[in-house]
Design a binder for this molecule. Structure first.
Ligand SMILES: *[C@@H]1O[C@H](CO)[C@@H](O)[C@H](O)[C@H]1NC(C)=O
Ligand SMILES: *[C@@H]1O[C@H](CO)[C@@H](O)[C@H](O)[C@H]1NC(C)=O
Ligand SMILES: *[C@@H]1O[C@H](CO)[C@@H](O)[C@H](O)[C@H]1NC(C)=O
Length: 424
């Protein structure tokens, strides 16, 4: 078994081996900058159940006026595993372009920054046992009429929100009603559908603090308290109807994990007396705490739907983020080309298990679903900006973590729509 990455302090980067079969032992370094802190890859178990929903008794998405929309979005056989399948050619391409969607962030506007190939837009995800309907903005807005949806997590959570925003903009122009200036917390409103779409920035979901040095500068070392949730996003949860939770990319650095006064252990630190834990263990601790906090949220709506979006894979090849690693492929991988033992698959399984574990024990009428993008996106090495992200201050570095808009990340909203439809 290839081990987990070790922390390379001097470069403040991560080392790990590659997910790619052709070079499995390759070391990868991971970028740690103000902009992104990235994930490593590796080792793991193949998986099993990819999608599960726990539906208790209530039915939050039903409303008589939206009945028509339901027919626009057919119910998929609930037995069908949406996330087991493959990418197939689809000549229809994307629902939007960089000229029809004015809200594409510059760093995801790959065509603007010189991406030449377009083939990667002409694929759709085909589950083995059923069809995943194409995204239908009218039907989606019908289903979420009067609702508040919040994407909670890091910059990849925001990437998904930005994709959904472009997809929905083809039906109704949203109003920009809040931005914190850094684009970390954002609120958009669709007045005709009374639908609120927002993003809440959180690196770890639970309460965190970065250690500072003598000059009050961040050291890149974090203390998490899994006994406390990160109130910055949690305070808005009572207003939320659909919460999509997903933080992952900051977990691969030195992190001390505490539960109140007790220190549970640490990830990538060299403290001799400290229990060393892997990032995967860290995920387990944080995600089980997260789901517990959500289930115990007294002020939250009874019919709050929580969607776990599993870890999104990166695709650096032929090097690491800082040694010229790139993702210049122009076609999807088939299933035989991806590493089902990858670290991301292992983390993804840990995330899902925590959700299953916590919800099984709980009787409260809360609803959960899994948006299991990990394996689906392992097959899309062609979906990242690579060098085409207009990076002014990091020239030469490639973004193989975030996803181009338009691009395969748009499929996440097709899954999301199918999930919401299952609750309606
Ligand atoms: C859209 O992409 C094209 C290249 O395909 C580029 O020339 C153009 O500047 C982009 N437009 C916007 C508004 O980003
Ligand atoms: C580790 O434990 C030993 C023995 O309990 C103690 O003497 C030492 O100070 C501890 N070191 C740290 C860094 O806490
Ligand atoms: C990696 O390097 C090989 C050999 O030079 C090349 O054929 C391949 O296209 C490269 N892959 C990427 C993603 O750049």
């Amino acid at each position: 078994m290839r081990g987990y990455a070790s922390w390379d302090d001097r470069h403040a980067t991560m080392k790990s081996s590659s997910i790619f079969r052709e070079n499995p032992e390759k070391t990868e370094r991971w970028m740690v900058t103000n902009m992104w802190r990235l994930t490593p890859l590796l080792v793991s178990s193949l998986c099993i159940t990819i999608f599960f929903t726990v539906v208790y008794h209530q039915n939050p998405f039903k409303s008589i006026s939206d009945r028509n929309f339901l027919s626009l979005q057919p119910q998929i056989d609930p037995e069908c595993d949406l996330f087991k399948g493959h990418w197939v050619r689809d000549k229809r391409g994307s629902l939007y372009t960089n000229s029809s969607c004015s809200t594409i962030p510059d760093s995801k506007n790959c065509f603007k920054h010189g991406r030449q190939d377009r083939d990667f837009l002409f694929w759709r995800w085909k589950p083995d046992g059923c069809d995943l309907p194409r995204f239908n903005p009218k039907a989606f807005l019908g289903l979420v009429r009067g609702k508040k949806m919040n994407f909670i997590g890091d910059s990849v959570a925001r990437n998904h929100m930005e994709s959904l925003l472009c997809l929905l903009s083809t039906e109704e122009t949203p109003k920009d009603i809040y931005t914190d200036g850094e684009d970390r917390n954002r609120i958009w409103y669709f007045p005709n559908h009374d639908f609120t779409l927002s993003t809440s920035w959180t690196k770890f979901l639970v309460s965190e603090q970065e250690r500072v040095d003598g000059n009050k500068k961040g050291t890149g070392v974090f203390d998490l308290d899994i006994g406390k949730i990160d109130e910055k996003w949690f305070k808005d949860l009572p207003n939320t109807d659909i919460a999509i939770v997903s933080a992952a990319h900051w977990f691969f650095r030195p992190i001390f994990i505490h539960r109140g006064d007790e220190t549970v252990g640490c990830i990538y630190c060299n403290s001799p007396n400290m229990t060393q834990i892997t990032p995967e263990e860290g995920f387990k601790l944080v995600y089980s705490a997260l789901f517990k906090h959500i289930l115990e949220c007294e002020k939250c709506k009874e019919d709050l739907v929580t969607v776990l979006r599993t870890i999104s894979p990166a695709h650096f090849e032929n090097g690491t983020w800082d040694t010229g690693g790139a993702c210049s492929r122009t076609n999807p991988f088939g299933e035989s080309q991806i590493d089902l033992q990858s670290n991301e698959m292992k983390i993804r399984t840990a995330q899902i298990k925590q959700l299953e574990g916590v919800t099984k024990r709980h009787k409260k009428a809360k609803q959960f679903a899994v948006l299991d993008v990990t394996k689906v996106m392992l097959m899309r090495p062609d979906g990242h900006p690579n060098g085409n992200w207009g990076n002014k201050w990091m020239k030469g570095y490639n973004d193989c973590v975030h996803w181009c808009l338009p691009g395969p990340v748009d499929a996440w909203s097709e899954f999301l729509m199918a999930i919401i439809r299952r609750f309606s």
